[in-house]
Design a protein around this ligand. Structure first.
Ligand code: HEC
Length: 638
């Protein structure tokens, strides 16, 4: 419960100690330490955050609130700092000097924007007042998502009983979730076209073009989706989600649980890409997958050994972007082919930044492994990824995932073609290895302690292991079937393989662990609907983290699972909608990600510090060095 107070000065805290409730003691203790540290030793003056500022404040409101989001935007450098209130107070650290706009939001509550000039070593304290929001249904967010006029209804109201419901739940919702059909009403021809697309009806006449065509085509799919299923489903879709129905979504029965004490310790920083100018009256080439946007879109990111962060940007032109998080400075490097199409990036132990091309947008049908050398700032490698056309399709549809083994060999997925590829560093030879299950869609990739390559099989709901010594495949099915696993796999320090399974219908989303020593998979329910954990990776203490975005009914979060006490903690991200396909962990426990969105000026790098008092540097140093695994690579030691 919140206690509303007037804004105390730091010296007031000690006298107030006695009235503080038990729940907030830890947090206030943090303030006490802060208050008692002399200016000369304050972390802003010396130590890891020297040259930065901190901001504290008190938030007042007409009614109680929990974990309000405090946004401090450095408008000079396009950096956003976000912290949560605990018992109505907040503290943000590591602020780079500049002009700031500060505002606060909680569900149904908003504040005005306060302007603030912040210099190195400054420690301003402010008071912010919340009032009722005009749109109380909106989640707090640093960036307003486009308004969606949606009616929220209960699950059974949206999905009345009928033979098609089960097919929808067990086939379509596995990938599309519970809000896909009700949000996109269409007529009978439209639903027929949807089924034709998923069944790949036109693939008898031509090559596959997109990754999704024929995703349910037999024998490519392990989903039961026979003739009767299709008939039942089509009738159900037309009856309940026809062209005359209004866009709807399922009202969640539980909100994302928030732990104010944990959130009070946390801090996010987002570093945005400057939007490209689109000159008046010109038609820039549409680029990018998300809504065929003309804007920059940060896809995935990686950290280098010097503490810089790198990402691939699908704007026009396609770029590699380097960020120095200590200064906020960014530098762009246009790809050799500016329309290559990029999803993925991995940094090897020699510091080469690898970017696989995905065949262009619009299609170039070039598929190369591009290796950028930051020392020379040149594209040192441009390796054709399927020189012998093993894939036998000019539209190769890949490489959305990649990983590096202990010898520096590079592996990528061939998403649309049931295979993985390897570039052998010693010989320069490319090999393509086919996954035994016909039509498998390998998505996320990871390497384990023994240099085995792991990939999640998206459509089959399995994870697959490729033994790089014997070239033997082993596939594992989780107890949950059918299952949608995206980037999925991450390996912890004990060689367990973790992945996330999307929610489907009433079935909650799950986090799963494969214990390699027993071959057994354990699952844990994610305690709100309808979560869609994009992947699952381990930090320096083997906590498992996953990015989740389930708009429009839940805010985007980064979730943390502690396997020791089996508890979850959820951190709503600064932006309620932007998703994050991939996370990376640092040596000091920070969690890096991209804010993937086509909203101009809102896409970029992000980092979550679960404990802002443990920040050792604003640089991002990957756990165990690049490529940033939870273990040091030493094959053969297991
Ligand atoms: C294995 C995962 C998977 C399954 C199962 C699946 N889809 Fe899809 N579907 C996709 C993906 C990925 C896309 C492309 C999404 C995009 O372009 O945004 C897609 C696209 C679509 C689209 C086109 C997008 C649009 O808004 O017009 C429709 C319609 C569709 N699916 C309907 C269905 C239906 C109906 C089912 C059940 C019979 C189904 N899908 C099952 C993965 C799947």
């Amino acid at each position: 419960m919140l206690m509303l107070r007037s804004s105390p000065r730091p010296s007031d805290y000690r006298s107030r100690d006695a009235v503080v409730t038990l729940a907030v003691t830890a947090l206030v203790a943090g303030f006490l330490t802060w208050g008692s540290v002399g200016a000369a030793q304050s972390p802003e003056r010396t130590g890891p955050l020297a040259g930065t500022a901190s901001l504290t404040g008190t938030v007042e409101a007409p009614r109680p609130f929990t974990a309000a989001r405090v946004y401090a935007r450095n408008t000079d450098r396009r950096i956003l700092y976000m912290v949560y209130t605990a018992a109505g107070r907040f503290r943000a650290v590591g602020l780079l000097p500049g002009s700031y706009e500060v505002s606060v939001q909680a569900p149904g509550l908003v504040s005005d924007v306060q302007q603030l000039a912040v210099g190195a070593g400054d420690r301003p304290h402010i008071t912010v007042s919340l009032r009722d929001a005009d749109r109380p249904d909106r989640f707090p967010s640093a960036v307003d998502a486009p308004a969606r006029d949606l009616t929220l209804q209960g699950y059974d109201e949206i999905y009345p009983p009928g033979p098609g419901r089960r097919v929808l739940e067990e086939v379509c919702m596995v990938c599309h979730g519970e809000n896909f059909a009700p949000r996109r009403p269409r007529d009978a021809a439209g639903w027929q076209a949807a089924l034709d697309l998923m069944m790949g009806r036109s693939l008898f006449e031509r090559e596959r073009v997109g990754s999704t065509e024929g995703i349910l085509a037999p024998p490519a799919s392990h989903f039961r989706f026979g003739f009767q299923d299709r008939k039942d489903l089509l009738e159900y879709l037309i009856a309940h989600f026809g062209a005359d129905s209004t866009p709807r979504a399922v009202r969640p029965d539980t909100d994302v649980p928030l732990d104010e004490a944990a959130l009070g310790k946390a801090q996010f920083i987002e570093y945005y890409l400057p939007p490209d100018p689109v000159p008046e009256g010109t038609a820039a080439e549409p680029q990018g997958e998300l809504g065929r946007s003309r804007t920059r879109i940060a896809y995935t990111m990686q950290l280098d050994a010097e503490g810089n962060a790198w990402l691939v940007d699908r704007g026009n032109p396609n770029r590699l972007v380097r960020l120095d998080p200590r200064t906020g400075e960014q530098k762009d490097y246009v790809l050799p082919d500016p329309r290559a199409g990029v999803h993925e990036i991995v940094i090897d132990r020699e510091g080469i930044v690898w970017v696989p091309e995905i065949g262009g947008t619009p299609r170039t049908r070039e598929y190369r492994l591009l290796g950028f050398n930051p020392a020379t700032e040149r594209w040192q490698h441009q390796i054709v990824a399927d020189p012998d056309d093993e894939i036998r399709n000019p539209n190769k549809v890949g490489m959305h995932g990649s990983t590096v083994d202990s010898a520096g060999n590079l592996y990528t997925n061939w998403f649309g073609h049931g295979a993985i590829g390897r570039w052998d560093r010693a010989t320069g030879k490319i090999s393509i290895f086919r996954i035994p299950t016909a039509g498998a869609i390998p998505y996320g990739m990871a390497i384990d302690k023994n240099d085995n390559v792991w990939s999640s099989l998206w459509n089959g709901g399995k994870i697959a292991k490729f033994d790089t010594t014997t070239r033997q495949w082993t596939e594992f099915s989780p107890p949950t079937y059918p299952a949608n696993i995206r980037r999925g796999v991450g390996v912890d320090s004990r060689n367990n393989v973790w992945f996330g399974i999307y929610a489907a219908g009433r079935r909650p989303a799950r986090l799963a662990k494969l214990d390699q020593s027993t071959g057994r998979i354990t699952e844990w329910d994610i305690p709100y609907r309808p979560a869609s954990p994009y992947e699952a990776t381990a930090d320096f203490e083997d906590n498992i983290w996953f990015p989740d975005a389930s708009p429009p009914t839940q805010p985007a979060v980064i979730g943390r699972f502690n396997p020791r006490d089996e508890t979850f903690t959820f951190y709503p991200k600064p932006q309620a909608v932007a998703d994050s396909p991939k996370l990376q962990h640092t040596a000091d426990g920070a969690v890096w990600y991209t804010a993937r969105t086509s909203i101009p000026g809102a896409t970029g790098f992000g980092v979550l510090y679960p404990d802002k008092d443990k920040i050792t540097t604003l640089g991002g140093y990957p756990l165990n060095g690049p490529p940033g695994y939870a273990f040091t690579a030493a094959p053969g030691t297991e």
